[in-house]
Design a protein around this ligand. Structure first.
Ligand SMILES: [Zn+2]
Length: 114
């Protein structure tokens, strides 16, 4: 019995174990299957990042529209409700930040994966 490293989580597992006891990833001694599994994971991750970026962009767009709407109709934004403007600003900046972060992570993972 030999100790190998799980290709998914990197922890040490027995080469006789059918799957990793730490992360549950099915162990495979076939490098092709390992590469395939990693490629699949990468594709899924990139897909999630893309979805996240789109979602963040929508949030930023909504925040921008809300700000635009509020500035075109100042009577809605009574002085007793500055929270609405702050919420819209927060949505806009959070969305933009989220979008940029997702894009950076996407580029980073694409470069890392080669
Ligand atoms: Zn593992």
């Amino acid at each position: 019995m030999a100790i190998i490293h799980c290709y998914a989580c990197g922890k040490r597992i027995s080469d006789k174990a059918p799957s990793c006891p730490h992360c549950g990833e099915a162990r495979s001694s076939d490098p092709g299957a390992q590469a395939q599994g990693q490629a699949l994971k990468r594709t899924l991750l990139l897909g999630r990042l893309n979805n996240g970026a789109m979602l963040a962009l929508v949030a930023a767009g909504l925040g921008f529209l809300a700000l635009w709407f509020l500035s075109s109709r100042p009577e809605i934004l009574s002085e007793s409700q500055p929270a609405i403007r702050w919420a819209a600003k927060g949505l806009l900046s959070l969305g933009l930040t989220g979008y940029i972060v997702c894009r950076i992570l996407t580029v980073w993972h694409k470069r890392k994966g080669g």
